[in-house]
Design a protein. Structure first.
Length: 116
C-alpha cells in the first residue's frame, strides 16, 4: 500500500474569485456523486489518498480543511468519492500535485475520525 498527502493550491478564476485546482477538476471531470459533501468541497485544502501500489488508482480518500481537520472521507455511505472516480494513478498525483508520502498509521488515524 502507498499513501499520499496532496495540497491543493489556490488560483484565480476569470471572475477574480479564488478557486482551487480541485474545484476546476471537479467541474470538468467529476460528476456529483457525493451528496453529503458537495457543500464542503471548497473547504478542502489537503487530500489523503490510499493506493494499492504505484500503478493503481486511489482506493480511499480523506479531505482535510486548512487546519488539517477531517471534513470528509470516501467512499462513505452514499458518497462514492472525488479522486476515486477518475483515471489518475499514484504516479499522476506525484507529478501533478504538491505531494508527500504519509504512513498507513496516519491515514488510518484520520480515517477513524468521526464525521460531524
Amino acid at each position: 500500500m502507498e499513501f499520499l498527502k496532496i495540497k491543493l493550491e489556490n488560483v484565480k478564476s476569470n471572475s477574480g474569485k479564488t478557486k482551487s485546482i480541485f474545484e476546476k477538476l471537479v467541474s470538468i471531470f467529476i460528476p456529483k456523486a457525493n451528496p453529503d459533501f458537495e457543500n464542503e468541497i471548497d473547504q478542502v485544502m489537503f487530500w489523503l489518498l490510499e493506493f494499492e501500489d504505484e500503478n493503481s488508482l486511489p482506493n480511499r480518500e480523506i479531505g482535510l480543511d486548512k487546519d488539517q481537520n477531517v471534513l470528509m472521507k470516501m467512499p462513505f455511505n452514499e458518497n462514492y468519492g472525488y479522486w476515486i472516480d477518475n483515471d489518475f494513478t499514484f504516479s499522476d498525483f506525484m507529478k501533478m500535485f504538491d505531494a508527500e508520502f504519509i504512513t498507513q498509521t496516519f491515514f488510518e488515524e484520520q480515517w477513524s475520525v468521526e464525521l460531524k
